[in-house]
Design a protein around this ligand. Structure first.
Ligand code: F6R
Length: 607
């Protein structure tokens, strides 16, 4: 979603602001803008559309003058994408400029109040009320004014504020929306995400809720909203810059698909020692683990699809009932959970608003939360009782691939770890599964080598209007992911169905030439799946299958992509690869903006 950058130093701020915004593009946006403090005035440049429009407008930053500035990429919530609604927003006289991520829930009351006082608004945004409030309450002290205005705001925010009267300061503050400070030599940075500043510094401070940072060239002071000084630890980011760059690939998504074997290795290797899964991150005693009568999984989007896979795996291997819930629905159904329920929260960003709130609801009801998160130090990672990090590295493409795969890897580790503790997996099975898990990255390499066949199939179907994905059991959970991947980046309408459900309505949508992708990886369900495939073929469907290579007869059932045979638990990690590649190649043939699909954002920080 929206991205924030800020710079205060001795160099011109423009080039860094534009570069930082470019590095935040992946979060999803529809307009961009910057504001520079020239020392005597605040100059704003902003434009609807891609960053290149802003770059042209500012002659690649050459028209931006000043060594202090803030910038923003906006993902519209209040008011359509337009030049005027883009951030930064100025107060009426131009004394203050503000960039904002999040949502001000009481903005309409505040706007009505300020309008009644004669203040004229230029935009439709909730953010402009912050700029106008700053001016309205200003009595000469910037910090006091910011603190006073914060007291008026309901909702979530990460804010960057500059003032014409304070040309040597940037103020940053956050509540429920991430914001970090980067520390340099005689220069300091502000960003909503480390990727924006990695090329400049690896030393950062993470702001917590209601902490206010005062950035000057010489340093950064952090205070509470009561103006008490706060001592913060700095953190060194281990990711190197190249991890957040394309490295010769045309798209981040393709690079990230190809990185999956390495990302899975990074995630599992440190946690398997001498054939045993060690999850030191889980602080629960064996007795506590045994006390759980239910597992509750909370997540959104693709992370939820991992949760659906996990439901099948946990129930089979741990013999505990599992519910996988969409985080956006969970809170509103008065869920039955308590201290006998283990909650597993899955999130790449660790900042998804619905997931975060669902997690808090589970904690309020006494449930112990283990989170599976990719972004170190994110809100979900910090607030959960235990966190197991996926070591996928930065994921830049909006459509997740390597984060999804590493989340699956953590699910396998958890199933093995807990299965051993609960005694629900016999030692021989445990040993065999751990052994196969250790070899999973090589098997994924093999599937990736087969990409030409998937590219060929994509070239046959990229012009279609609708596609259906079908499967049973875990293959159904994978169908959900295959369908989401395709529709989000190629804009082709697609649906995922449990194969047995087709004849309860959906089969009426199948007509001559409709492509159907059938996942047929589970040995005991092959017969049933082949029957379902025949049903759609009879109605004219063209069927592509994903099947294991120990069933060569599947070649005659449809156009079949084979994956290496592995144990049931690990099949999703192999079967998802052709689905990701298919979506990628179709979107590429259609000329879509693969890394930044329309209307989507990487990190969804609004509910
Ligand atoms: C789809 C996708 C999204 C995310 C969802 C949750 O490709 O990436 O569906 O999975 O928005 O995001 P996180 O995992 O950051 O909570």
């Amino acid at each position: 979603m929206c991205g924030i950058v800020g710079y205060i130093g001795c160099e011109q701020a423009g080039p860094f602001l534009l570069d930082g915004l470019e590095r935040l593009e992946y979060r999803g946006y529809d307009s961009a803008g910057v504001c520079l403090n020239t020392g005597s005035e605040l100059v704003v440049k902003k434009a609807k559309g891609e960053l290149k429009v802003l770059k042209e407008l500012t002659k690649n930053g050459k028209d931006l003058h000043g060594t202090v500035g803030i910038g923003h990429t906006r993902w519209a919530t209040h008011g359509e994408p337009s030049d005027v609604n883009a951030h930064p927003h100025l107060s009426e006289s131009g004394r203050f400029a503000v960039v904002h991520n999040g949502i001000i829930e009481n903005y309409q009351q505040l706007k009505d109040y300020l309008t009644s006082k004669g203040i004229v608004f230029r935009s439709m945004t909730d953010t402009e009320v912050i700029a106008q409030l700053l001016e309205y309450y200003y009595q000469g002290d910037l910090i006091d004014t910011v603190i006073k205005v914060l007291g008026k705001l309901d909702g979530s925010y990460a804010l960057g504020v500059i003032s014409k009267d304070n040309p040597d300061e940037i103020i940053a503050v956050r509540k429920e929306s991430p914001l970090i400070i980067g520390l340099g030599e005689n220069e300091n940075y502000l960003a909503s995400d480390v990727t924006a500043i990695l090329s400049k510094t690896r030393t950062i401070i993470r702001l917590e809720n209601n902490e206010l940072a005062i950035l000057t060239r010489e340093g950064v002071n952090i205070i509470s909203t009561e103006k008490d000084e706060i001592k913060k630890n700095t953190e060194t980011i281990e990711w190197d810059v190249s991890a957040a760059e394309k490295g010769g690939y045309e798209h981040f998504m393709f690079k990230e698909i190809m990185e999956q074997p390495a990302a899975i290795s990074e995630t599992i290797s440190p946690r398997i020692k001498n054939g045993r899964v060690i999850l030191d991150e889980i602080k629960l005693s064996d007795e506590e683990l045994r006390s759980f009568t239910k597992i509750n999984i909370l997540a959104c989007g693709s992370a939820y699809h991992v949760g659906v896979v996990a439901k099948y795996i946990f129930e089979k291997m741990l013999r505990i009932p599992v519910e996988a819930d969409l985080a956006s629905e969970f809170r509103y159904r008065d869920p039955i959970i308590n201290d006998k329920t283990l909650t597993v929260v899955i999130s790449q960003s660790g900042e998804t608003a619905d997931t975060k709130e669902a997690m808090r609801e589970a904690q309020r009801r006494g449930s112990h939360v283990i989170s599976i998160v990719n972004v170190v130090g994110s809100a979900i990672a910090s607030e959960s009782d235990d966190v197991i990090y996926t070591w996928a590295g930065p994921e830049i493409a909006v459509a997740t691939t390597k984060a999804y795969s590493t989340q699956l890897a953590v699910v396998y580790l958890m199933a093995l770890y807990m299965g051993e503790k609960l005694g629900t997996i016999v030692p021989e099975e445990y040993d065999a599964l751990v052994n196969e898990l250790e070899h999973l990255p090589e098997k994924i390499e093999k599937v990736l080598e087969n990409k030409a066949k998937i590219q060929y199939l994509a070239s046959k179907y990229f012009n279609t209007r609708d596609i259906f994905f079908i499967g049973r059991n875990i293959d159904y959970a994978l169908s959900l992911e295959g369908s989401l991947k395709l529709k989000e980046i190629s804009y082709i309408h697609s649906e995922a169905y449990a194969a047995g459900e087709l004849k309860h309505g959906t089969i009426s949508l199948i007509e001559k030439g409709t492509p159907v992708i059938a996942l047929v990886t589970h040995e005991e369900l092959i017969g049933k799946m082949v029957s379902n495939i025949e049903e759609v073929k009879t109605r004219g469907a063209q069927v592509m299958c994903i099947a294991c290579d120990d069933h060569p007869e599947m070649e005659t059932v449809g156009q079949t992509v084979f994956i290496p045979k592995v144990c049931d638990m690990l099949l999703p990690s192999l079967a998802v690869i052709p689905l990701q590649l298919f979506a990628y190649y179709v979107a590429s043939l259609k000329g879509c903006d693969i890394d930044k699909p329309r209307n989507l954002a990487k990190s969804v920080t609004v509910e």
